[in-house]
Design a protein around this ligand. Structure first.
Ligand code: SF4
Ligand code: SF4
Length: 375
């Protein structure tokens, strides 16, 4: 509980105001319709926990864990409430409070199998080793692929490899699949997340890799920011997101992209945008495609609504996560776009499920898969 004390002033301030700006666009509140799911409710819980008026228990865990870690409350509020909520999750996890099953499974699966999907790690290694780039001893870049790409979205892997090969990039792949630790970290299991961070650092050190390319938004946030916190040291690796890399390839005329006569709207993945500050690169990649018309949803860039997948929410409350995604798809439809693009395989999965749930005609794709079709 001590680690929550630094948030007491924020929580007290929050309880004495009636702004509630954090509420309306919070995916958890917007879907579940109780104040205790919004940041204000969670900060009120935090305050009363510190005052000893509430005890850490299953009911508290249910409310606190219903959070996608999207950070929209931070933008609305001005206090970094999502950080406080993340800390509450860690405290609940460390105190051994019984967590709702879906969130807990992310942790146990990562501990037992090394990834949040319970996939056989040999399967991941076999997939990686099937690519010739895994046999290279040296290259300018190392491409790090996340568990969602390897175990669930193999077309995304093929798209990315196709673009890099078409641009003549010197890159290699690891021969083993290691989870970045993001899923475990977002459900409060920081010791397993730290374990994964160490494994990743050892992997890149063994490979003598300096420049790491990443295209999953969750992996990117972990590798470029959270690993430093978990390992209490500054990373010696340069972490580059695929969107910035593709933007640079386009600027340097390294890619010949065929025209695409389509209207596209772009969904900002929370971990890439609000949490990492990358807003313009994916838009510039899309805008550089001849004949593409890029249109914006009403809520975009730092105000973009969440797809509902993050923070373990898709595992903890799967139906609600898809319902949140369906609302985001409706916003995309309102722009008149025929393609809803994003830059994260996890957003892709949830938005695609959301689109299917409402029989939307809009096509959900990653920026990489769109570009790969045109080079
Ligand atoms: S969390 Fe921030 S925006 Fe929400 S009620 Fe409290 S002070 Fe206001
Ligand atoms: S981080 Fe997102 S889901 Fe969590 S309380 Fe804030 S706005 Fe709601």
């Amino acid at each position: 509980m001590e680690r929550l004390e630094k948030y007491e002033d924020w929580a007290r301030a929050c309880m004495h105001v009636r702004c509630g700006f954090c509420r309306e666009n919070c995916p958890a509140y917007n879907q579940l319709k109780l104040d205790s799911y919004a940041a204000k409710g969670k900060m009120t819980i935090l305050y009363h926990l510190l005052r000893g008026r509430l005890q850490l228990d299953e009911a508290i865990a249910e409310r606190v864990f219903a959070c996608t870690s999207c950070g929209l409350c931070d933008i609305a509020c001005g206090y970094n409430q999502s950080e406080a909520i993340h800390e509450m999750k860690s405290v609940l996890y460390n105190q051994g409070v019984s967590l709702p099953e879906g969130y807990m499974k992310i942790s146990t699966k990562t501990r037992d199998s090394g990834n949040p999907y319970s996939a056989d790690s040999h399967e991941g290694a076999t997939i990686l080793q099937s690519f010739p780039e895994a046999k290279l001893d040296t290259a300018d870049y190392t491409l790090f692929l996340g568990c969602t790409q390897i175990y669930r979205e193999d077309n995304e892997v093929k798209s990315l490899l196709h673009i890099l090969r078409a641009a003549g990039i010197s890159f290699r792949l690891p021969t083993e699949q290691v989870c970045c630790g993001s899923p475990a970290y977002r459900v409060g299991d920081e010791s397993q997340a730290r374990e994964q961070a160490k494994k990743i650092s050892d992997l890149f050190t063994r490979m003598k890799s300096d420049n790491i390319l990443v295209s999953c938004a969750g992996c990117y946030r972990m590798l470029s920011n959270d690993h430093d916190i978990l390992l209490n040291q500054e990373s010696k690796f340069k972490i580059i997101h695929a969107m910035e890399f593709l933007q640079e390839l386009g600027q340097n005329n390294k890619l010949k992209i065929r025209p695409l006569n389509a209207t596209i709207t772009y969904h900002d993945p929370c971990h890439l945008s609000r949490h990492s500050g990358i807003y313009e690169a994916p838009r510039q990649v899309l805008s550089a495609i001849p004949e593409v018309k890029l249109v914006e949803m009403e809520w975009n860039r730092k105000f973009a609504k969440c797809c509902g997948a993050g923070g373990g929410f898709r595992a903890g409350k799967p139906d609600d996560a898809v319902a949140v995604a369906a609302k985001r798809v409706r916003e995309a439809e309102a722009t008149g776009a025929s393609i809803l693009a994003t830059a994260c395989p996890f957003c892709l999965r949830n938005l695609r499920d959301g689109a299917e749930s409402i029989n939307s005609k809009i096509k959900v794709e990653t920026v990489e898969s769109i570009v790969a079709r045109l080079v």
